[in-house]
Design a protein around this ligand. Structure first.
Ligand SMILES: [Zn+2]
Length: 251
């Protein structure tokens, strides 16, 4: 899964590391990283996360970027040449479809990318983060336009204690699935990698794993199924309707 020039896309700092870190580490010279958002929605400042004092929104944005770069550097990625953060506001990707498509298109063309790894497409059977779904749809718009294969990360199942219990692809999809099992050394590296995201301490336990999986299926980004969303409280913005309207308007 790592032999072609591949663009690994994540909505937030840590998504690519969580979903594909070890696969990247097996062949970092073929890996290009795009983290789409700035990773920070709203918070009250100052606050302390993982022992780091964050005085402002901008300080938190910068901290998340530095964590992501440090993790990708550990994996062997040339940060100066192959890491992009497009700083779209977190939770607002649905307002920036055109920009995201443009950013992905530019990377595909300039780096002659042959494969895209991205978030799971919207689907009925398991809720996802709205930013993940927008990023997935944008990835397919570009992949289909330029004939580049698109693979997806699975979604995470978690229990009532918010600990990951497994990864799944959507029940309604018949996907071609490839799985990469870690060696003992890679499992250790994976744990160390998660610890680099110092302000996101919960991910070490929540997303601990000894394998990575990628799934492929033909998608039509114009056909978005009804979905629920991970943070689906009644006051959560954007709503599923906001997402659907943004995609429909863009297409
Ligand atoms: Zn994310």
């Amino acid at each position: 899964m790592n032999s072609k020039k591949t663009l690994y896309i994540g909505a937030h700092a840590d998504d690519v590391a969580i979903n594909a870190g070890i696969t990247i580490h097996r062949n970092p010279d073929k890996a290009y990283i795009l983290t789409v958002t700035n990773g920070v929605s709203f918070a009250n400042y100052p606050m302390v996360l993982g022992g780091v004092t964050l005085d402002s929104h901008e300080a938190y944005v910068q901290q998340r970027l530095e964590e992501d770069k440090a993790a990708m550097h550990v994996l062997g990625v040339d940060i100066d040449k192959r890491f992009t953060n497009s700083k779209i506001p977190c939770r607002e990707t649905y307002k920036y479809l055109e920009q995201i498509v443009e950013i992905i298109t530019t990377l595909i063309k300039t780096e002659k990318i042959k494969r895209i790894m991205t978030h799971s497409f919207p689907g009925e059977s398991h809720p996802a983060h709205p930013d993940h779904e927008i990023v997935s749809v944008c990835s397919y718009i570009v992949g289909n336009e330029y004939g580049i294969e698109v693979w997806e990360y699975p979604r995470f199942k978690s229990n009532s204690a918010n600990k990951q219990t497994g990864t799944i692809f959507l029940e309604e999809d018949q996907m071609e699935i490839v799985r990469c099992d870690f060696t003992l050394e890679e499992a250790t590296l994976r744990d160390e990698l998660m610890q680099i995201y110092i302000t996101q301490g919960f991910i070490i336990e929540k997303y601990r794993t000894t394998s990575e999986m990628f799934g492929r299926v033909v998608r039509n980004p114009k056909m978005i199924p009804d979905t629920t969303h991970l943070y689906g409280g009644t006051d959560y913005k954007p709503t599923p309707q906001d997402i659907r309207k943004a995609i429909a308007d863009f297409l």
